[in-house]
Design a protein around this ligand. Structure first.
Ligand SMILES: NC(=O)c1ccc[n+]([C@@H]2O[C@H](COP(=O)([O-])OP(=O)(O)OC[C@H]3O[C@@H](n4cnc5c(N)ncnc54)[C@H](OP(=O)(O)O)[C@@H]3O)[C@@H](O)[C@H]2O)c1
Ligand SMILES: [Zn+2]
Length: 345
């Protein structure tokens, strides 16, 4: 009989959620040796994304309880499976929303892993990053450039890659007027990416207290959606080519439609189950369109991280020790975090 040491079983402290609406509970998980193409990560930092409320509050299909939330994960490779080809012990990597795919559904066969019909997502149907150790397929790990420290890299694995990918596929070109709605975890990175991509960037958020941040992050203009009429303000500017909606509230997204230029596009990344109210006439007379964007793959994450290393895009973060994970989560949910809560190990 082999001992735990010989089998290299690691006991990891994790924060799990056992049912919708329950608090995060710190408990232990045994993590064995990685299977063929998996690696074990020793996690250094994990960002707290608003989508972590999907398993914690229970507003998402397919959550497998108990589950360890967290999909903005950065750590070092501790152990590699026997068939791993790329990673070695000590490599510093990140994992985001995409934690594994089936490889045989039509999406996967066309190379589109992120819409895989049985996508594995850390914190949804596999354990995520609120943990000292976790196991992931080698192929979903993105290399983290040395210029970016782990706690600052973590939010780039979801908030970063989502806004970076949505913007670079939006059709906007350097010089175009682009609006970013919301200045939370996603929005404050969206403003930075838009500005560094050369867009004439307008930030829109509630209240005046976020205005100085918006300018500091690269926005040329700030609209306070509580005080100003968003559609009218955007129309005065000639309408935006792209509006990126990062907020959690569908109703707050709808004024963007009338603020779009001819051929303008509303790109939705903020998740809400409520419907958006848009009339066909609002779309057809200006040839306007609405689309969504989900996260991305490890390759996209690497490109996002490289872009951030190159241009100086960094999240503004609040750091929490792992034991204060509930406090960190509440801070994000309260909307007070400036702008991403990150747990560190
Ligand atoms: N598409 C994807 O792949 C993807 C990836 C990650 C996250 N998400 C989703 O993106 C959304 C934002 O995530 P996050 O991590 O950035 O969240 P966050 O840091 O908690 O920020 C929340 C944002 O929502 C806005 N907001 C909240 N309540 C609002 C209301 N009643 N009316 C208008 N705006 C409101 C806030 O606006 P102010 O700035 O005005 O305060 C803030 O910008 C979430 O729905 C999340 O699930 C989607
Ligand atoms: Zn996320």
């Amino acid at each position: 009989m082999k001992t735990a040491e010989q089998l290299k079983v690691r006991t990891a402290s994790v924060a799990e959620v056992t049912k919708p609406g329950a608090k995060l509970e710190v408990t232990k998980r045994e993590i064995g040796l990685p299977s063929s193409r998996h690696v074990i990560l020793k996690i250094q930092a994990c960002g707290i994304c608003h989508s972590d409320s999907f398993p914690i509050e229970g507003h998402f299909p397919g959550v497998k309880y108990p589950v360890v939330p967290g999909h903005e994960i950065v750590g070092t490779v501790e152990e590699v499976g026997p068939d791993c080809k790329r990673l070695k012990k000590g490599d510093r990597v990140g994992v985001g929303w995409h934690g594994g795919h089936c490889a045989i559904c039509p999406s996967c066969r066309s190379g589109d892993f992120i819409t895989c019909s049985s996508l594995e997502t850390p914190g949804i149907n596999i354990d995520g990053g609120y943990a000292e150790y976790a196991s992931f397929p080698e192929e979903v790990c993105a290399m983290v450039p040395k210029q970016i420290e782990s706690a600052e890299a973590a939010p780039l694995l979801c908030a970063g890659i989502t806004t970076f990918n949505a913007l670079r596929h939006s059709g906007a070109r350097p010089g175009d007027l682009v609006a970013i709605l919301g200045l939370g975890g996603l929005g404050h990175l969206g403003v930075q990416f838009a500005s560094k991509m050369g867009f004439n960037t307008v930030a829109i958020a509630r209240g005046d207290d976020k205005a100085p941040f918006a300018k500091q992050l690269g926005a040329k203009l700030y609209i306070n959606s509580e005080r100003q009429n968003v559609a009218e303000e955007l129309k005065k500017l000639g309408g935006v080519k792209v509006a990126l909606a990062t907020v959690t509230n569908a109703k707050a997204m709808t004024p963007l439609i009338d603020g779009l230029a001819i051929d303008g596009r509303l790109v939705v990344v903020g998740a809400d189950v409520e419907p958006m109210q848009i009339s066909p006439v609002q779309l057809l007379m200006g040839r306007r369109s609405v689309s969504g964007w989900p996260s991305g793959t490890a390759k996209d994450s690497e490109e996002c991280l490289e872009f951030a290393a190159l241009t100086g895009v960094r999240p503004l973060i609040e750091r929490f020790p792992f034991k204060n994970v509930n406090e960190a989560y509440e801070r994000m949910m309260s909307g007070k975090a400036r702008f991403r809560a990150v747990i560190e190990f």
